[in-house]
Write a protein that binds this ligand. Structure first.
Ligand code: ZN
Length: 70
């Protein structure tokens, strides 16, 4: 079970928590102020757009050069 980092939307307290499969952290509580639904933080703070490549979105983006040859 992976551990994710969350940030409280209320007090900005950052804490680690387990996340069950199929859940989105909505049931998590801030340990400091007990506010629900903390914001999920990702381990990599790279450009958010990099996630698109996981879905094969950019798979055909580079084929344009081949078509120009014919
Ligand atoms: Zn809090």
């Amino acid at each position: 079970m992976p551990i994710y980092e969350y940030r409280c939307r209320q007090c900005n307290h950052i804490f680690d928590a387990f996340q069950k499969v199929g859940e989105d952290g909505a049931e998590l509580k801030c340990p400091a102020c007990a506010t629900l639904k903390p914001e999920k933080l990702f381990s990599s703070f790279a450009a958010p757009g990099s996630e698109i490549s996981e879905g094969g979105y950019t798979a055909g983006a580079g084929c344009g050069s081949h078509g120009a040859f014919t």
